[in-house]
Design a protein around this ligand. Structure first.
Ligand code: MG
Length: 257
């Protein structure tokens, strides 16, 4: 009986240890042979058991979706350039990979089916751009059967609203940092993903979000003291360029409880 009780307690502790989750920002790229938003960074995040891997999506001139943080790649504006030009042999990521398409990214992600895909649509809020990009994103998500793995994030409030409307069972987190949780909740958005300075200024927003059943993610937290401060505040997810450091700090943080 005593052994059974102890086993239950250990199980409870284990689940608590997993409460805070690590999202590798642009994948786990700070390692040999990788690059931000590369296929290798996605696979590295899976290899170290990150809860999720974040990546950025842009639209090309011929309505293809590619993985890249900036609105341009090697001096070419993505939405004005066709995919074939962007994939020229002379244009490569710093680790030698071609600019990944979303399809290639989602295909590679199937190697780590447990890992969440923290999917950021880069958008300046242009309705015409989003009217093309969002349906293409959703079509790709369905085609690869990764609906349950996607957590959508964007600085575009209109993109968050539209994604929440079209995929109501999916987690959607606004990145903008300027709205309190209740205002987003009223718009059907079920998460916030703000810079850590926002939570330093509004620490009560973490509890407010939780009261509304919203998830709290924070970017981009790389320093030990910042990660620990956000854990003390009670955030659910740490988005970081240092996922292995965050994993260790979360484990130590929970062991001290
Ligand atoms: Mg991003």
């Amino acid at each position: 009986m005593t052994i059974l009780v102890m086993a239950c307690l250990l199980t409870a502790c284990k689940s608590e240890v997993q409460c805070q989750q690590v999202v590798a920002h642009r994948g786990f790229w700070k390692t040999g042979g990788s690059a931000q938003n590369s296929i290798s960074s996605l696979l590295n995040a899976g290899r170290i058991g990150a809860y999720g891997s974040e990546f950025d999506i842009n639209l090309t001139a011929d309505s293809c979706l590619v993985v890249n943080h900036d609105f341009s790649f090697k001096g070419l504006t993505l939405y004005k350039t066709k995919l074939a030009q962007l994939r020229a042999d002379s244009l490569r990521l710093s680790n030698g990979e071609p600019l990944p398409t979303l399809d290639e990214y989602l295909e590679a992600s199937l190697q780590y089916p447990e890992m969440k895909l923290v999917f950021e649509l880069k958008s300046k809020g242009d309705p015409a751009y989003e009217a093309v990009a969002i349906p293409l994103c959703i079509e790709a998500i369905h085609r690869f059967g990764v609906e349950d793995r996607v957590e959508f994030i964007s600085f575009s409030l209109s993109a968050c609203q539209e994604f929440a409307r079209r995929m109501p069972d999916t987690r959607v987190e606004f990145l903008g940092g300027v709205m309190e949780p209740a205002a987003l909740h009223d718009l059907g958005i079920n998460g916030i993903d703000y810079h850590f300075s926002v939570f330093d200024e509004h620490p009560d927003w973490v509890e407010q979000a939780h009261q509304l059943g919203m998830v709290v993610n924070v970017w981009t937290v790389d320093k030990e003291q910042d990660i620990l401060r956000m854990l003390e505040l009670g955030v659910d997810q740490i988005t970081t360029n240092e996922p292995e450091l965050a994993q260790r700090l979360i484990e130590e943080f929970n062991n001290k409880k």
